[in-house]
Design a binder for this molecule. Sequence first.
Ligand code: ADP
Ligand code: MG
Length: 255
Amino acid sequence: MLLTVENLTKDYTTRFGGRKVSALRGVSLCVAEGEFVAIMGESGSGKTTLLTLLAALEKPTGGHILLDGEDLSALPNRTLSAFRRDRLGFVFQDCNLLDTLSLRENIVFPLVLAGKSRAEMESRLLPLSGRLGITPLLEKFPYEVSGGERQRAAAARALITEPALLLADEPTGALDSGSAAELLGMLDDCSRDGQTIVMVTHSLDAASHASRVLFLRDGLIEDEICRGAQSRTTFYPALAARQTLLRQKGGAHLA
Ligand code: ADP
Ligand code: MG
């Protein structure tokens, strides 16, 4: 398994009053190399928390995350940032490009940090920017291009290090439907080329691009559904039906 998550828990304690929020209450999951896994859940179900822990940006309260057999919580902090830079790629809802750098400079930034040669940067940049359709925009600054183009540049920045795992948090959340479709098509291409992807989203449309979808509710995985040989056209209604069923089931114990 590329990624193994065992009984992961995360509690947040609010500063005032000290009320404890259990954002994750024992999440276990496995992701094989080359899988495209979507994690769906309503707002507040713990999606961002899970991704933040997978990204090793925060420490879990309990449980383990193993990437390629390496336990993230056992890595010392100074190794952790190099590990994050070399093994993981991130795409967030807000693309987080640096406004003072051109798209080209933004995209190669992780390679600059990793001390790669200029030749290597160029040889990785051009195929990627070509695939993402942003080669003509490389000398522009983030504020000179559209939201969809910025997000594709952010995806290029995430992929340029050839990460073992690409993590995406609501990557289409801030995009119009046309740009969202383009970005999701790009993720499909990457997935076809063998890139392992974990994407959290509340969008059925985005999730229908994945090969497997996990449903998160109140900090627990409550169900999963595999796409198998289905096309997206048949997987989408299957996902929608499952989501409706889970909502009814979840609502029943509250009533
Ligand atoms: P989602 O991304 O699915 O909307 P989150 O992971 O952001 O869910 O949040 C899950 C729960 O944890 C929510 O109840 C949220 O209020 C709480 N939470 C998230 N981050 C923090 C934090 N930094 N401090 C306190 N509570 C938090
Ligand atoms: Mg979130």
